[in-house]
Design a protein around this ligand. Structure first.
Ligand code: TMP
Ligand code: ZN
Length: 418
């Protein structure tokens, strides 16, 4: 189901288990965080459906380019062929689409566009409303590609590979925009990815890769973003190392508050006429994704796990009823790390139809409809979807006459009376 990582995917540094030549010290990626063997975070299955199983969850650090990366790669077919994650149509995300596209339109005019990992086509539909045309999505999940095609968003149901890249380019023509939102950190073969971009991008194409930013993750202590789909924890320095000696370069960095802090790395071909934006050098200069920061992050993660576990166990022991809000991959990471069962967390509610009726991977905790926590009269609600805290807490204010408290685990464990 998975294979070990043998070298840094950005700069090819070393191997975590290979010995160096005689007389040389071996180049080794440095282990920084070990969360043990964990279930696949989005492995939501209905009763009777076979689960995919478990794999080690361990982060290695590259001392050359500062890229933190998982020690194993789970086969993409296992992770993505039937994918429960649907692009959120939340207010938070719609606001983000607005800001992001405004920034994009300072670089290019609306034209043909390709989205890699287009999910159910929500973002392409948004681009269409802005006047972009010849839109093509590429997504490996059959359930999502079918849904997008039904809604009139042309979607190639495949992984991003030389064939789908060529098919997208043929269907779209020369794209003014190629975008991949929260996809790149899921990809193992970065050199192959760059080659496929090369097959699609023209001289005037703007490439946008939106990824969670390691600097924000380190600052927030959001270790729950470490799961098997997130193979890499992106620094701009690592991205620069990857593009070294390719036909591309970093063009501009934009920074957004979504998903606990994300950057859009804008990339252009080396023969593009636009000069690189000063943000690239500014970010590179101040970026600190050092090994020490990752080790501190790991030490802190173990404390955070112990703290939530202690808080929830104590409340459960006193007979308080506790549930979770948001069956995100982050919820699976927290719940597995804390070893919670139904005894501590009665249910986790979520708005995603495909997750309802499943159990949290690796546990007996059922996922129920959003809103069910109130009919069940829970005393405490753990907000695993902390990245939507404002939106969710505001919406839920009036329910149950505020007769419950939120437990927010990130960025700091907090109990908030509703
Ligand atoms: P994400 O952080 O990976 O986007 O996942 C958030 C999860 O929370 C996702 O499964 C959808 C769920 N959710 C709700 O149930 N209600 C909400 O209002 C929002 C914004 C998300
Ligand atoms: Zn490296």
């Amino acid at each position: 189901m998975y294979h070990d990582v043998t070298k840094c995917r950005a700069c090819d540094f070393g191997s975590w288990d290979r010995q160096g030549k005689a007389g040389e010290s071996p180049e080794k990626l440095v282990p920084v965080l070990d969360l043990g063997v964990q279930p696949l975070a989005n492995d939501f299955r209905q009763t009777g459906q076979e689960k995919s199983g478990y794999a080690p969850l361990k982060v290695l650090y590259c001392p050359r380019c500062s890229l933190a990366q998982l020690s194993v790669v789970v086969r993409p077919e296992v992770l993505y062929s039937n994918y429960a994650y649907v692009t959120s149509n939340s207010r938070t995300m719609r606001d983000h689409f607005g800001t992001l596209t405004r920034d994009i339109l300072t670089e290019i005019t609306a034209g043909p566009a390709i989205e890699i990992g287009s999910n159910d086509g929500l973002f392409l539909a948004y681009l269409s409303d802005l006047g972009f045309g010849n839109l093509v999505g590429i997504d490996p999940a059959k359930n999502l590609a079918e849904r997008a095609n039904k809604l009139g968003i042309t979607t190639i149901n495949d992984f991003f590979n030389p064939d789908s890249a060529e098919a997208a380019r043929t269907s779209c023509g020369e794209p003014s925009l190629i975008i991949a939102r929260h996809v790149f950190c899921h990809v193992h073969d970065w050199h192959g990815f760059v080659n496929n971009l090369n097959a699609m991008a023209g001289k005037n194409t703007l490439i946008c890769l939106e990824v969670p930013y390691a600097v924000d993750q380190l600052a927030a202590g959001s270790f729950d973003q470490v799961y098997h789909e997130h193979l890499s924890y992106l620094s701009i320095k690592a991205m620069k190392a990857l593009l070294n000696d390719t036909v591309f370069h970093l063009h501009r960095i934009c920074h957004y508050p979504v998903h606990g802090g994300a950057i859009v790395i804008m990339i252009r071909r080396n023969d593009a006429k636009e000069p690189p934006h000063p943000s690239v050098e500014q970010y590179l200069e101040k970026e600190d994704c050092s090994e020490k920061r990752w080790l501190d992050f790991a030490g802190n993660a173990h404390k955070q796990i112990a703290n939530l576990r202690e808080m929830v166990e104590e409340l459960a022991f006193k007979g308080r009823r506790i549930c979770g809000y948001g069956a995100s991959a982050k919820a699976t990471v927290w719940i597995s790390a804390c070893e919670f069962t139904r005894k501590q967390i009665g249910i986790v509610c979520d708005s995603t139809a495909q997750k309802v009726g499943c159990t949290i991977p690796g546990t007996d905790i059922p996922v129920t409809n959003e809103g069910d926590h109130f009919t069940g009269c829970f005393d405490y609600v753990v907000l695993f979807a902390w990245n939507y805290a404002r939106e969710i807490m505001e919406r839920e204010k009036g329910f149950n006459h505020g007769g419950f408290s939120w437990i927010v685990p990130v960025p700091k464990l907090e109990m908030i009376t509703a």
